[in-house]
Ligand binder design. Structure first.
Ligand SMILES: Cc1cc2nc3c(=O)[nH]c(=O)nc-3n(C[C@H](O)[C@H](O)[C@H](O)COP(=O)(O)O)c2cc1C
Length: 215
C-alpha cells in the first residue's frame, strides 16, 4: 500500500500566465469556480474560513460560499458561534478554496462585515425547512449534553413550526461578506515550479495590481 505521507504527485502541465488572467480577480475567481464545478470538484463552493479570536488564537473551519460579486464573498452562519465571536473581535478573515483535483487553490484575505438583514432574510427563506429548523434549534458551537438533547430541541421547534409554517430567521443567524484585499491564484506545475499570481487592491480600492510570486 502506498504511504499517503510519501506521495510525490506531479501537478501536470496547466499554466497560469499573466496574459491569461482576467483584470478583475473576482471575474478570474468566478471563472475558476465555474470550471471547478464543470470538472466535477465535490462541493466546489466549500472554503476554509480562517479567523483570529479576541486572544489572538487562530481557528479554521469549512463554510459554503453562497454569493460572490464586486463587493465580496458571502457566507452564512450562526453569528454567536465560535467564528462569529472571533469575527466580532477581529473582523478580518482568510478564505481558502482547495481544489486539489484541479491542482489549484485560491486564497483570499480581507475585512468581514455582516450582510444587511434583508439579504440574510432572503437567503434564510431559500433554505429547506429542515435546515431552518436545525438553525433555530442549534446554538452553534455551544456545548450540549447529548445527541438526544439536541434531537429533543429539534422536535420542539418542529412542533412550533410544522411543515408549511414559516420558521423565522433567528436574530443570531445571518451572513457575512468578506471584502477581498488580496486574492492569490495558485496553479500546480511540474517539479514544484508552480504558478502564483497575487492580486492586491491598489489606490482607492477599485484597481488591482498583479504580482507573480515564487513557488
Ligand atoms: C462541507 C462543509 C460545509 C459547511 N458549511 C457551513 C456553512 O456554510 N455555515 C456554517 O455555519 N457551517 C458550515 N459547516 C460547518 C463548519 O465547518 C463548522 O463546524 C461550524 O460552522 C462551527 O464552526 P465554529 O465553531 O468554528 O464557529 C460546514 C462544514 C462542512 C464540512
Amino acid at each position: 500500500m502506498t504511504d499517503p505521507l510519501a506521495r510525490h504527485t506531479d501537478y501536470g502541465n496547466k499554466s497560469l500566465d499573466e496574459s491569461d488572467v482576467a483584470h478583475d480577480p473576482i471575474a478570474q475567481f468566478s471563472s475558476w469556480l465555474a470550471e471547478a464545478a464543470d470538472r466535477g470538484v465535490y462541493e466546489p463552493n466549500a472554503m476554509v474560513l480562517g479567523t483570529v479570536d479576541a486572544d489572538g488564537a487562530p481557528s479554521s473551519r469549512t463554510v459554503l460560499l453562497r454569493a460572490i460579486d464586486a463587493d465580496g464573498f458571502v457566507f452564512y452562519t450562526d453569528r454567536s458561534s465560535r467564528k462569529g465571536r472571533a469575527l466580532a473581535a477581529h473582523p478580518v478573515a482568510t478564505l481558502l478554496f482547495p481544489w486539489y483535483t484541479l491542482h489549484r487553490q485560491v486564497s483570499v484575505t480581507g475585512e468581514v462585515s455582516p450582510v444587511e438583514d434583508a439579504e440574510s432574510d432572503a437567503y434564510w427563506a431559500s433554505r429547506p425547512q429542515g435546515s431552518r429548523v436545525a438553525g433555530t434549534a442549534s446554538h452553534q458551537s455551544q456545548p450540549i449534553g447529548s445527541r438526544a438533547e439536541l434531537e429533543a430541541r429539534v422536535a420542539e421547534v418542529e412542533v412550533e413550526y410544522p411543515e408549511g409554517r414559516d420558521v423565522p430567521r433567528p436574530g443570531r443567524w445571518g451572513g457575512y461578506r468578506l471584502r477581498p484585499r488580496r486574492i492569490e491564484f495558485w496553479q500546480g506545475r511540474t517539479s514544484r515550479l508552480h504558478d502564483r499570481l497575487v492580486f492586491t487592491r491598489a489606490g482607492d480600492g477599485t484597481e488591482w495590481t498583479v504580482e507573480r510570486l515564487q513557488p
